[in-house]
Design a protein around this ligand. Structure first.
Ligand SMILES: [Zn+2]
Ligand SMILES: [Zn+2]
Length: 261
């Protein structure tokens, strides 16, 4: 059996529909060897519904640890999806450093005070080339920060299908080079299929760039409900094999190893 993991799962501790235990049977049915929870943490916004209140972090981690100790047929890992803010690296590090996590996903959702996945109106009337540049710059800063093991949906800026006039390939090349340099994993995030762009992140046209730059990969569903755990994984793994990838990243207490698939 192929070893498969899904490290991007949202439970009701942030904006997922169900409590962590409700995801376990779906993960086993999907043939996963590991499931990792990664609820949203943002240290610098007003508390919003989709983000876990940082005061609940111990409750969340204890919940996952208990669940892990009481479950035999699948490994359960503790992670977070943390919003990155340039210039706030030391504060983020201070918060994360003391936590017993298996992996940390770093994501950029905000540009200014708006999230890029809030609605298409964010893009209307804006220079899309400029938006792409600033979004990729933010992601590259997240990569270079050394705070994260995995970068979440690295081209989320594609979500509503607004396209830049110029070819974005150099941006992907720059991003992939930074990931290699800082030893950060990119995810094929299958949840893009459920969003307006209706395809995975990152753009499959540029997957070969990540392979050429020797960036390690993992496949994640970004599920917000049990039915979407490991959704579209067969297609994602086929796509990676076709592109020439043969190994994926597995994490344990923030130590990475690569296993073949
Ligand atoms: Zn996200
Ligand atoms: Zn997510």
């Amino acid at each position: 059996m192929v070893y498969k993991t899904d490290y991007h799962i949202h439970s009701s501790y942030s904006d997922g529909r169900s409590s962590p235990e409700d995801y376990i049977s779906a993960a086993i049915d999907a043939g996963l060897s590991e499931i990792g929870f990664s609820d949203h943490l943002n240290l610098f916004t007003e508390q919003e519904d989709w983000i876990m209140d940082p005061v609940n972090i111990s409750l969340y981690l204890n919940h996952i640890e208990k669940l892990s100790n009481s479950t035999n047929n699948i490994k359960i890992k503790a992670g977070l999806e943390v919003d990155f803010y340039k210039g706030r690296e030391a504060e983020i590090l201070k918060f994360l450093n003391k936590l017993p996590l298996d992996f940390i996903i770093g994501s950029v959702h905000y540009q200014g005070d708006k999230t890029v996945d809030f609605g298409p109106e964010f893009y209307e009337g804006k220079n899309i080339d400029r938006l792409y540049e600033t979004y990729f710059d933010s992601v590259i800063s997240a990569i270079s920060s050394g705070l994260f093991d995995i970068i979440g949906h690295c081209d989320l800026i594609r979500i509503y299908g607004f396209k830049p006039a110029s070819d974005p390939e150099p941006l992907y090349r720059r991003m992939a080079k930074a990931m290699h340099k800082h030893d950060v994993v990119f995810e094929v995030n299958t949840n893009g299929r459920n969003r307006p762009i209706a395809d995975f992140y990152p753009d499959r046209r540029f997957l070969n760039i990540f392979r050429e730059e020797k960036v390690p990969v993992c496949v994640n569903s970004d599920a917000h409900m049990p039915a979407r755990v490991a959704q579209y994984f067969d297609e994602a793994y086929d796509l990676l094999r076709y592109t020439g990838f043969a190994e994926m990243a597995v994490f344990d207490k923030r130590v990475r190893r690569m296993i073949s698939f």
